[in-house]
Design a protein around this ligand. Structure first.
Ligand code: MD3
Ligand code: FE
Length: 217
């Protein structure tokens, strides 16, 4: 791994690793700003608490979720949707912190997607045992925009499949500070997260936080 030698990016950021057409892994890309991101997560989730949503099929998700930005992803018995308001409070979601939108813009550009302006950021919190089964992200209005994801806290095994649910997924271990960009031919790939393994992260304790930045409209 070439650390600190890619463009003029600061160490310990490594060159993007292409994992599929349109999909790139930027190991350590968020490390420089991790404390700012985590403080912003704390501020957002103080205003819009993490909660376990119910799927249209009636299952309670093991991952706890919140949002910031103009739109937030929500699920209930009536379906999945992007909503400008937090259903818990009836108020707009907290604005997207500047450190969030700047990181997403830079990461997308590094992976070849210029001018990425996310209008939605889903915050996922995993505790040991929490998982996300294989799914596609297709509720967004703009499927030509990429999705940028930022991993914080405990490591997770990310499952990256193909365009069919039956395609056997590849596994990637995502660590604190890793950023991934998913666009173009990979935008509708099936993906998920294996049950989080027990552990203790120095800053976050027994949890993993994932931020996903989307262009929902
Ligand atoms: C690949 N979150 O919130 S982020 C989700 O780690 C979600 O919390 C996971 O999947 C997590 O919907 C994975 C990585 C990710 C996000 C969107 C994708 C990978 C993707 C869209 C297409 C292909
Ligand atoms: Fe997803």
């Amino acid at each position: 791994m070439t650390l600190g030698l890619f463009d003029d990016a600061p160490a310990p950021y490594a060159a993007p690793e292409a994992i599929a057409p349109g999909a790139a892994l930027l190991r350590g890309f968020a490390l420089e700003v991790d404390e700012a991101l985590l403080q912003a997560v704390e501020a957002v989730t103080a205003a819009a608490p993490l909660r376990h949503l119910v799927t249209p099929g009636g299952y309670t998700m093991s991952v706890a979720m919140s949002n910031c930005g103009e739109l937030g992803w929500v699920s209930d018995r009536s379906g999945y949707r992007y909503d400008p308001r937090d259903p818990l409070s009836g108020k707009p979601w907290p604005p997207m912190p500047t450190c969030f939108s700047e990181l997403a813009l830079k990461a997308a550009a590094q992976a070849g997607f210029g001018n990425f302006r996310p209008d939605a950021c889903l915050i996922n919190r995993y505790e040991p045992g929490a998982r996300l089964s294989l799914h596609q992200d297709k509720d967004e209005g703009q499927l030509d925009a990429p999705i940028v994801s930022v991993s914080l806290g405990l490591p997770a095994v990310f499952l990256f499949g193909g365009l069919k649910r039956s395609d056997k997924p590849a596994r990637y271990r995502l660590l604190h500070g890793d950023v991934a960009v998913w666009g173009g031919p990979s935008r509708l790939a099936y993906h998920g997260v294996a049950p989080l393994t027990e552990g203790e992260h120095a800053r976050l304790g027994r949890q993993r936080i994932n931020l996903t930045f989307r262009r929902a409209r």
